[in-house]
Structures are given as structure tokens and as C-alpha cells.
Design a protein around this ligand. Structure first.
Ligand code: DMJ
Length: 629
């Protein structure tokens, strides 16, 4: 068949009827019409280009700006339509018209609701477009209310009105006192205590020097608990002894920042004692050589005295670790903002921009390894537990710390949580919700104790979203908290293991011998702390109390607290280490669960990953600018 007969005959009209094509496919437009048509097309193209390029409301970058007001459109519109009951009030000479008017209004209201209910909730979840300039160069400059006249903090006592709750809180305070006294007796100035051997202990992360890690890490907890004498002896030790300048062994940049710099900054914010700020500043300065890499992504270890730095030999391809490069921000931002020295802030903001710009698996997941040479992700291992955890944590907390201004951080958090929710959140056979890990796109059905921190933060982040997402994240946080509790409840000691798995036969239980230990980690309790503050559901206090008793029963020795090697064995061996984060985090979160919410309130404070509360910009007078001498 020839082309001539392919087209149906109705295309073969006379020219007077504006034919487009002749049966042989050739144009039969008249020359004048052709010009006219071409002109119309050109005008259309020119206007489109001008519109997109120059009219602000058509710019792609402004779509967010217009989505945001749009999220109020429905409620605003509905607000303009008075409720039907108001029709009665109109009455008067034209009740009938008024009634009809309000019936119309009611129909409109119903229609809008029906039409918008889904879309509105989606739009409400869309936050303004992240913008690199969204984080002001210096937050404190924009703050007019707070100045050097802020007063050292007088903490509320936080006592609950219920005497039973007060008793439990006192019990936890007594555990803190014991941990402190035994450390003081047997290991004062050492990093940690070996409670059974009755001597000092130092993990590799602290190098070979005695840095008093337990003192620095535990000090703000003493302050919160009102243990003034102990606080004073710790403060004096720091003043006289804490000095990183001469340390000639490698220390962990991440651990130093979260425990030492973080702990000192909190003590400064609590007390306004310049000594704390000066120490924090000089220790942070000793970490800076680790950032001298081709990309500015820091190495894991630095020698504070020589400035040489390197990564762990065990890290895949000598990479840096996601949770380590991504968990310096709260401390460095606060330090820069209050001292006016932007060195620290520039480093961490540049890390975050870099991570933000990288293509991410599944649209918002971040592999655990990243090369400081190339800035590219390494092995595609993804985890909300070990190696990944606090990177995610700090995205949300940076946004909180900035008083809601740091939209880049918020956007990255929202994207990450959506991707975690979609790709990693799983249900076990019996319906337990958990977060799996991912390796080369395959799920590993294991959840670390470390990952349980995220339960509360997911719920917390939903608070600023629309009702649908708020409920979803609150529910997800609650379900995950429940699973983390199950990992405790399904052991013989009532304490949860380092990691737990989900198989056809096992749920929320450790499988391998090297997953069964407990080293006084806080994350499960930390999750309950957030859930308690958000819901005031007593089950979180009940769970926290069960955990307190279990830790007391199985970790306590005559001379301090120890980790245990097997949570499924009530007579199992102890590991003979009292971790500094027992004092910094675990006992602090427990104590706060049994306190009123105004003791270190969420309005003014954001907890760093080591549970050191840092001030929130614009909300807390301790976020102000100060010049160091
Ligand atoms: C702490 O040092 C911090 O919570 C860190 O983010 C993770 N590991 C320990 C406690 O488990």
C-alpha cells in the first residue's frame, strides 16, 4: 500500500476549510497563513522564555515559596466561611436568604474539604525550599534581645508532684552519685573506671592520655541533678588539668567533639563560667588539622600535638565514617556563633553542603563510608545504627538549634526520613516495626541498639508537619519504641542487646554471641525520653523504671557500674568498664523522664548526641555573642 492511501479521506479537504495536509502528506497551507502560523508560534515561544526567565512567580526556585502559602489556602478559605451555626445569629429581616447563603457556604465548605483534604495535608508537609543562604552567616548578629547580661542558669528542680515518681528520680540520682564516687575513688582523672579491677580505663578513642573523660562527660548531669559539691570538684579538676595541647597520641575527632567540646559548652551555657568556653575552644582548635583533606571531610583520628591525622585502618578503603563527619555541627555552630570565630562553622557547613549535593541511594539514604580524598560515598552500606546514626540525628537537631532557620538541614532530614520510612522500615511476622540495614541494595533484618535513638526524633520531627504526617511519625516513633522495648523485654536480664534481628524464627533478639552484650548505652531509653515528653503516656515511665532496675541489678558492682557480656544470661560475666556515657546520657535521660518537662525544656535546649544540652538560637539567652580574649 502506498503512503498516499494511508491517511483517512477526511484529511483531504479543500484549502478553504483550513486543510493541514494533502493526501500525499505535503502542506497545502497558503503562503500568508503559513507566515501567520509561524508568527504565532514565535510569539508564543518568546513569551514563554521571558516568563520562565524573568517573571519571579514562574521561576522554578520559587515554586516552594508559592507552595507554602498555598498550604494555608484551604484553611484560610474555610476560615472565611463562617460555620453554619452562625446562620442562626443572622436572623433579622432576611433569615431565609441568610439561611440559603449559609447553606451555600456549607456546601462550599464541604466541597473544599473533600477536594483539598488529601492535597492540603501533602502541601502542609512541604517546607520552604532549602537555600544555602537560609542559615545566616552569624545567627547571633540577628539577635537583638540577648547580650552579655544573661545570667547563669538556675534550673527548676523538676520535681514531679507524685511522690512515687520523686522516689524513682531520687533512686536514679543515687546511682549517679555511686558512679561518680567510685570513679573518684579509684580512677580520678583517668578516662573511665574499671569497677571490678578498681582502676582507670581508657578506650582507644581517647588515645593514651588521661583526659578525665568521665568528669567532662558527667559534669552537666551533676548540674542538672543539683549535685553542687561534685560539680565543683569536677569543675576544678578541669580548670587545673584538662589540656589537649601536649597530647601526643591519636584521639577520635568525633568523640572529642561530642563528649569534651559538647560537655564543656553545656557547662558554659549553664554557668556562664568562661573557663568552660576557653577549654572548649582550645580543644576544638586542636581538632582542626583533621579537616586538612582534599575535600574538607575530616579524618577520624588526630594527634593534637603534631596535627597529623588519619582514618581507621578498618574503615572500608580508608574512608571517613558518615556518623563521624556528620556529627560535629551542633558543637561547632554554637562555638562559632558565640565566639564570632567562623572557622568551625565554615568547616561543618561545607561538609553538609557536600553531603547534600551528592546523589543518594533511594533519594535520601546515605552510605556509611565517604572518601575524604574524592568526596564520594564508598561501599553502599546504609544504617541508622552504627556508622550512620548520629549523622541523621544532627540534621534534625541543627534545624532545631537554629530556631527553625536552617532549612537545608531540615530538608535533608525530611528527605532522609521519608527514604528510611519507604525503604528500611519493616514489619516482623508478628507485626513489630523495625528499621533494617541495607547492603548493596539488600536488606539485612537487624537493628542496632544505637538505632533506637531515632524513635523519639521521628516523632518529634512530625510535630512541625501537617496533621497527617504528624500522626504518622508519632505512630511510627511509638511503634519503633515498642520494638526497642521488646528487645529489652525478651531478654533474661531485662536489658536489651547491642543488636537484634528478625528472622522466620526470631524477633527482636540477638542471634550472634557478639551481639548480646550491653555497654550501658542510652539510645533505647533516650527514645523513650522523647516519647514521654511528647505523649506523657505512662508506659514510657514504666519501661524506664524497669530498665533502671535491671541496670541496677545486673550492671552494679560494689565499686561502680559495669557492662555485661550477655543480656540473656543473668549470671553472665561483666566487662569491667563504667562508660563515661553512663553518666553523660543514660542516667541523665532516666532522671529527666522522672522530672517535669521544664527541667531542660525542649523550648530552650537541644541535646547533642552525647546528651549535652546546647542552647537554641533565639530562644535561649545563652546563645549570644561573646568575644574571647
Ligand atoms: C555515645 O557516645 C553517643 O550517644 C554516640 O552518638 C553513640 N555512641 C555512644 C553511646 O552509645
Amino acid at each position: 500500500m502506498s503512503g498516499r492511501n494511508v491517511l483517512p479521506t477526511h484529511y483531504s479537504r479543500s484549502s478553504t476549510q483550513f486543510p493541514i495536509l494533502s493526501p500525499n502528506g505535503r502542506s497545502i497551507l497558503r503562503i500568508r497563513e503559513k507566515y501567520l502560523l509561524v508568527l504565532v508560534v514565535i510569539v508564543f515561544i518568546v513569551f514563554s522564555v521571558i516568563g520562565v526567565a524573568f517573571l519571579p512567580e514562574l521561576k522554578a526556585s520559587n515554586v516552594y515559596k508559592y507552595i507554602k502559602p498555598a498550604d494555608n489556602l484551604g484553611p484560610d478559605l474555610l476560615g472565611l466561611v463562617p460555620p453554619i451555626e452562625s446562620g442562626h445569629a443572622l436572623g433579622g429581616h432576611d433569615t431565609h436568604t441568610a439561611r440559603a447563603k449559609f447553606e451555600d457556604a456549607e456546601r462550599l465548605r464541604a466541597k473544599i474539604s473533600q477536594h483539598f483534604s488529601y492535597n492540603l495535608s501533602q502541601l502542609n508537609a512541604v517546607l520552604p525550599k532549602p537555600n544555602e543562604n537560609a542559615l545566616p552567616q552569624d545567627l547571633t548578629e540577628k539577635h537583638e534581645d540577648f547580650d552579655d547580661n544573661w545570667k547563669p542558669l538556675v534550673l527548676p528542680n523538676g520535681e514531679d508532684s507524685d511522690p512515687e515518681v520523686r522516689k524513682k528520680r531520687d533512686f536514679i540520682k543515687e546511682m549517679m552519685r555511686e558512679a561518680w564516687v567510685h570513679y573518684k575513688t579509684y580512677a580520678w582523672g583517668e578516662n573511665e573506671l574499671k569497677p571490678i579491677s578498681k582502676k582507670g580505663h581508657s578506650a582507644g578513642i581517647f588515645g593514651t592520655t588521661k583526659l578525665g573523660a568521665t568528669i567532662v562527660d558527667g559534669l552537666d548531669t551533676l548540674f542538672i541533678m543539683g549535685m553542687k559539691d561534685e560539680f565543683k570538684e569536677g569543675r576544678d579538676w578541669i580548670q587545673q588539668n584538662l589540656n589537649f595541647d601536649e597530647i601526643n597520641s591519636e584521639v577520635s575527632v568525633f568523640e572529642t567533639v561530642i563528649r569534651f567540646v559538647g560537655g564543656l559548652l553545656t557547662c558554659y551555657a549553664f554557668t556562664k563560667d568562661d573557663m568552660f568556653l576557653e577549654k572548649a575552644n582550645s580543644i576544638a582548635a586542636r581538632m582542626l588539622p583533621a579537616f586538612n583533606t582534599p575535600t574538607g571531610l575530616p579524618h577520624a583520628l588526630v594527634n593534637p600535638s603534631t596535627g597529623s591525622s588519619k582514618n581507621y585502618v578498618w574503615a572500608s578503603q580508608s574512608s571517613s565514617i558518615l556518623s563521624e563527619v556528620g556529627t560535629l555541627h551542633l558543637e561547632f555552630l554554637y562555638l562559632s556563633d558565640i565566639t564570632g570565630d567562623n572557622t568551625y562553622k565554615d568547616k561543618v557547613i561545607s561538609i553538609r553542603h557536600r553531603l547534600n549535593e551528592l546523589p543518594k541511594p533511594h533519594g535520601g539514604l546515605y552510605p556509611n563510608y565517604i572518601s575524604p580524598k574524592t568526596g564520594q560515598f564508598g561501599q553502599p552500606h546504609i544504617s541508622v545504627g552504627a556508622l550512620g546514626d548520629s549523622f541523621y540525628e544532627y540534621l534534625l537537631k541543627e534545624w532545631i538549634q537554629s530556631g527553625g532557620k536552617d532549612m537545608e538541614a531540615r530538608h535533608m532530614w525530611d528527605e532522609a526520613i521519608a527514604a528510611i520510612d519507604k525503604n528500611l522500615v519493616q514489619k516482623s511476622r508478628s507485626g513489630l516495626t523495625y528499621i533494617a540495614e541495607m547492603k548493596y541494595d539488600r536488606l539485612e533484618h537487624k537493628m542496632d541498639h544505637l538505632a533506637c535513638f531515632i524513635t523519639g526524633l521521628i516523632a518529634l520531627s512530625g510535630q512541625s508537619l501537617d496533621a497527617q504526617l504528624k500522626n504518622h511519625y508519632l505512630e511510627l516513633g511509638a511503634q519503633l519504641s515498642h520494638t526497642c522495648h521488646e528487645s529489652y523485654a525478651r531478654t533474661d536480664t531485662g536489658i536489651g542487646p547491642e543488636s537484634f534481628r528478625f528472622t522466620d524464627n526470631i524477633e527482636a533478639k540477638a542471634v550472634r554471641p557478639n551481639e548480646k552484650y550491653y555497654i550501658q548505652r542510652p539510645e533505647v531509653i533516650e527514645g523513650w525520653f522523647y516519647m514521654w515528653r511528647l505523649t506523657h503516656d505512662n508506659k514510657y515511665r514504666d519501661w524506664a523504671w524497669e530498665a533502671t532496675q535491671a541496670i541496677y541489678k545486673y550492671c552494679r558492682t560494689e565499686t561502680g557500674y559495669s557492662g555485661i557480656k550477655n543480656v540473656y544470661d543473668v549470671n553472665g560475666p561483666k566487662d569491667d568498664v563504667q562508660q563515661s556515657f553512663l553518666l553523660a546520657e543514660t542516667l541523665k535521660y532516666l532522671y529527666l523522664i522522672f522530672s517535669t518537662d521544664d527541667l531542660v525544656s525542649f523550648e530552650e535546649w537541644v541535646f547533642n548526641t552525647e546528651a549535652h544540652p546546647l542552647p537554641i538560637f533565639g530562644k535561649n539567652p545563652a546563645y549570644y555573642k561573646k568575644s574571647l580574649n
